[in-house]
Design a protein around this ligand. Structure first.
Ligand SMILES: *Cc1c(COP(=O)(O)O)cnc(C)c1O
Length: 464
């Protein structure tokens, strides 16, 4: 049996951490060697009581955890965890449901199915859209592109399941030069080599050029997959989706949209223009663990052609009891047994409602503009992207005339060290810039203002 009060003790550890988010330095504060020293004991021969294990884990990690769950973490595109989602996620572990099969957990299957249909409705996609809950954007891209490969080969009269990829008609794959790295990894896992991927040039904001796409497509005859993007990971920009889809569909190509965070613009009446036409695409990848503020792991793949999705991911075995008309999740994603990740997604959608999701998305964008304005008005800072969404790219150019790449990197180090906020670098047009993402439900205007002040202080230290 579990020790009595076991979960309340664990919850206390969690409460202490969550309460510390307001004040703890946002970045980790320990050198890797020191951290390793605390953990790298010989493999214990004898075990320890669970409470003792957790107590020492918490103590040894005291200064090593990133406050990415907190309101002033602006690194990558991360998002935090909404309270309802955190609770549901804990319960998913306590309940220990196998989310792969209805027969293993009717609870996980039905709740996940409802959450999936809510996502389809929220995004405004066709009711018949099929959905897979996967680990993240990477696997959502993988699954969407597997369905794409299946779909275009089926249309070409090729039985991929029976005859495999070797000897199949050549599948043309077209990708934006500004596509996310996970698109390339997904294609690699699906058997496409780099030389088989045609890239379409993108502009300075990272938007795929429709004209360039038209030229590339003119050279593709036969089965073709076009990858488009909703929300560039640096700038937050959107490919011209309507135009891309029109061109691609003009020659029967499949369009996959990577919208790991940007797809959520679709829920907002004020932002939906950014994804105009996106509902005509064939598959979409997005994350719940980023902007929707569900804990890891939570990605979503959506596919218009259910049959292609199904054929690409179906799994069968004599002991696997398929339950007709119920959701067997293992048929919609690459995994078999897995955590019941639908509970947390359901909890977020239930706790926010449509209005809450819209507010979460719109507020992040508003705060990103506030951050951009605060920095752009300061001497020595320049915002380099059109802040159309929640991403801000900032260049630092000190009056000393120091090389701006070097100065930007130096400033970043001081900001990370100072601890008020945290974000990383990227390169834009070959230049090193600060990359700021506002995607946490808990961030408020005061967090932005405090962060701007801290950034300027760190920059001032340089000047003074
Ligand atoms: C984050 C991201 C991904 C990858 O998602 P993971 O959840 O990290 O696997 C893919 N595409 C874009 C545009 C992203 O921002």
């Amino acid at each position: 049996m579990y020790p009595s009060n076991f979960c309340s003790d664990v919850a206390r550890f969690a409460d202490e951490f969550l309460e510390s988010l307001a004040t703890r330095p946002v970045g980790a504060r320990v050198e890797p060697e020191e951290l390793r020293r605390r953990f790298a004991t010989p493999l214990p021969e004898a075990g320890s009581a669970p409470h003792a294990v957790l107590t020492s884990l918490v103590a040894d990690l005291r200064d090593a955890l990133t406050a990415s769950a907190g309101p002033r973490y602006f690194g990558f595109v991360i998002g935090g965890t909404l309270p309802a989602a955190l609770g549901a996620d804990w319960l998913a572990s306590a309940w220990d449901q196998n989310g792969g099969l209805y027969a293993a957990s009717p609870a996980a299957s039905v709740v996940e199915d409802v959450a999936a249909s809510w996502v389809v409705e929220l995004l405004g996609l066709a009711e018949t859209t099929s959905v897979g809950l996967v680990t993240g954007g990477q696997m959502a891209n993988f699954t969407g592109l597997a369905a794409a490969r299946q779909g275009v080969l089926t249309r070409a009269g090729w039985d991929l399941e029976r005859d495999g990829l070797q000897g199949a008609p050549e599948v043309h794959v077209v990708v934006s030069a500004a596509a996310h790295a996970t698109i390339f990894k997904a294609l690699k896992l699906l058997g496409f080599g780099l030389r088989q991927i045609r890239t379409v040039e993108a502009d300075a904001q990272g938007r795929q050029s429709a004209e360039a796409l038209a030229a590339v497509l003119a050279d593709c005859d036969g089965p073709t997959i076009v990858c488009a993007q909703a929300g560039n990971v640096n700038t937050g920009s959107f490919d011209p989706l309507a135009k891309i889809i029109e061109l691609a569909h003009g020659q029967d190509a499949w369009v996959h949209v990577d919208g790991a965070f940007g797809l959520w613009a679709a829920v907002s009446p004020a932002l939906r223009h950014l994804v105009a036409g996106f509902e005509q695409a064939d598959s979409w990848a997005t994350d719940a663990h980023k902007w929707l503020n569900v804990p890891y792991d939570s990605g979503l793949v959506l596919v218009a052609d259910r049959a292609a999705h199904r054929a690409a991911m179906a799994l069968s075995g004599s002991y696997l009891v398929e339950t007709p008309r119920q959701r067997d999740s293992q048929g919609w994603g690459p995994e078999s047994s897995r955590r019941a990740r639908g509970f947390a997604l359901y909890a977020v959608l239930k706790s926010l409602g449509r209005h809450g999701v819209i507010q979460l998305i719109e507020r992040s964008c508003e705060l990103a503009r506030r951050m951009a304005k605060g920095l752009d008005e300061a001497p020595c800072f320049e915002v380099l992207n059109d802040v159309v969404l929640n991403q801000v790219l900032v260049r630092f150019q000190p009056p000393s005339g120091e090389d701006p790449d070097k100065a930007t990197r130096g400033l970043l180090e001081r900001i990370q060290q100072e601890g008020t906020c945290w974000f990383g670098p990227t390169t834009q047009d070959g230049r090193t810039v600060l990359r700021i993402s506002v995607s946490n439900w808990a961030t408020d205007p005061a967090d932005i203002d405090r962060s701007v002040e801290a950034i300027l202080r760190c920059a001032g230290g340089e000047r003074g």
